[in-house]
Design a protein around this ligand. Structure first.
Ligand SMILES: Cc1cc2nc3c(=O)[nH]c(=O)nc-3n(C[C@H](O)[C@H](O)[C@H](O)COP(=O)(O)OP(=O)(O)OC[C@H]3O[C@@H](n4cnc5c(N)ncnc54)[C@H](O)[C@@H]3O)c2cc1C
Ligand code: FES
Length: 268
C-alpha cells in the first residue's frame, strides 16, 4: 500500500549543516511524514526556492522524531549543490514517505549493514529499528577517505558495532568495505546473519555476488535516478529476474527501493 500514507508538505529548513566533505544533514518539520516513515523509505524534494529547478530529487529519510525528519546527502550535481546552499528558513516541498521498506519482520538473527558513501543514510532508520528490537547489528561503513566518513557516531550511539574501510587507508581498513564483509563472513562468528546494503551500483553488485556465494540473505536499497517517483515515468526501472531466463523491469520508486539482492539481474 505505497500511497496509503503519503503527504506533500511545504516546510522550511530548520538546519542544513555540513557534516563531512561534500555531505550535509538537513532537518525540517514534516509531522505526517515523520510519523509514518519506515526503514528504507524515501522523500522526493522540490528545491525550487531561488533555484528554478523543476524536477524533484529523491533522498532517504535518515532520522525521524515525533515532528521532524532529517536527510543526509552528498553533493553530486546541480540539485544537491543548490540544496546545500539553502539557509535556515528557506522553503522546500517534501513528498513522502515513498517506496517499500526493508523486511525485518520476525527475523531475530544478527544484521550486517553495508553502506558505501552516502548509502549509509538509507540504513540509519533500519539500524534504529533493529537495535530497538535488541538485534545484534554490525555496521560496515565505506568511504573514500576519513574526511568523507559518515554516521559513525550515530550508529555507535545506538549500539551498532562499527567497522570502517577507506579507499586511502586514512582510517580503518585500507581498501573496500567489501573486503571487511568477506572477512566477517569467512570468520562465521554470527549465527545466520542477514545483510542489508546501500551504496554505489558496483558495490551492491559485489555485495550480492559475495553473499550469494556464502548463501546469506541480502536486501539492497537501490538509488536509481528518478523522474516522478510516483510510478508513472518508468525512469527508475531495474531488471528483476522473475523466472528462468525471464526479466521484468520493476520501478525502484514503487516496487522498490528495497529488493532481494538475488532478484536483481546485476549483469544488465
Ligand atoms: C530512493 C533514493 C534514495 C536516495 N537517497 C539518498 C540519500 O539519502 N543521500 C544522498 O546523498 N543521495 C541519495 N540518493 C541519490 C540522490 O537522489 C542523487 O544524488 C541526487 O538526485 C542528485 O541530484 P543532483 O541534482 O545533485 O545531480 P544531477 O545534476 O541530477 O546529476 C549529476 C550527476 O550525477 C549522476 N546521478 C544523479 N543521480 C544519480 C543516482 N541516483 N545514481 C547515480 N548517479 C546519479 C547523474 O547522471 C549526473 O552525472 C537517493 C536516490 C534514490 C533513488
Ligand atoms: S521515477 Fe517515475 S516511475 Fe519511478
Amino acid at each position: 500500500m505505497p500511497y496509503m500514507y503519503t503527504y506533500d508538505t511545504y516546510t522550511t529548513i530548520l538546519s542544513n549543516e555540513r557534516v563531512a566533505e561534500d555531505h550535509y544533514l538537513l532537518r525540517c518539520e514534516c509531522i505526517d511524514i515523520a510519523q509514518h516513515a519506515e526503514p528504507g523509505q524515501f522523500i522526493h524534494v522540490l528545491i525550487s526556492y531561488g533555484t528554478g529547478l523543476l524536477l524533484r530529487r529523491p533522498f532517504t529519510i535518515y532520522t525521524v522524531d515525533d515532528r521532524h525528519i532529517t536527510m543526509l546527502y552528498q553533493i553530486i550535481g546541480e540539485g544537491t549543490r543548490r540544496l546545500s546552499e539553502l539557509p535556515r528558513g528557506a522553503s522546500i516541498q517534501v513528498l513522502g514517505p515513498l517506496g517499500n521498506t526493508f523486511d525485518i519482520v520476525g527475523n531475530p538473527n544478527p544484521a550486517i549493514l553495508v553502506g558505501g558513501g552516502a548509502g549509509i543514510a538509507s540504513l540509519m532508520l533500519l539500524a534504529v529499528s533493529l537495535r530497538t528490537q535488541g538485534i545484534e547489528t554490525l555496521g560496515l561503513i565505506g568511504a573514500q577517505h576519513s574526511e568523507r566518513l559518515l554516521s559513525v557516531d550515530d550508529l555507535e550511539g545506538i549500539g551498532v558495532s562499527v567497522h570502517i574501510a577507506t579507499d586511502d587507508g586514512s582510517v580503518g581498513h585500507h581498501g573496500f568495505v567489501i573486503d571487511v564483509l568477506i572477512d566477517i563472513l569467512h570468520k562465521n562468528d554470527l549465527n545466520h546473519p542477514t545483510i542489508y546494503a546501500c551504496g554505489p551500483h558496483g558495490m551492491l553488485a559485489a555485495v550480492s555476488k559475495i553473499t550469494s556465494e556464502f548463501g546469506v540473505p541480502t536486501q539492497v536499497a537501490m538509488e536509481n535516478r528518478m523522474g516522478c517517483a510516483m510510478g508513472v515515468c518508468l525512469g527508475c526501472v531495474c531488471p528483476i529476474r522473475i523466472g528462468d531466463n525471464q526479466i521484468e523491469y520493476q520501478r525502484v520508486c514503487t516496487e522498490g527501493p528495497v529488493f532481494n539482492a538475488t532478484e536483481i539481474a546485476w549483469e544488465i
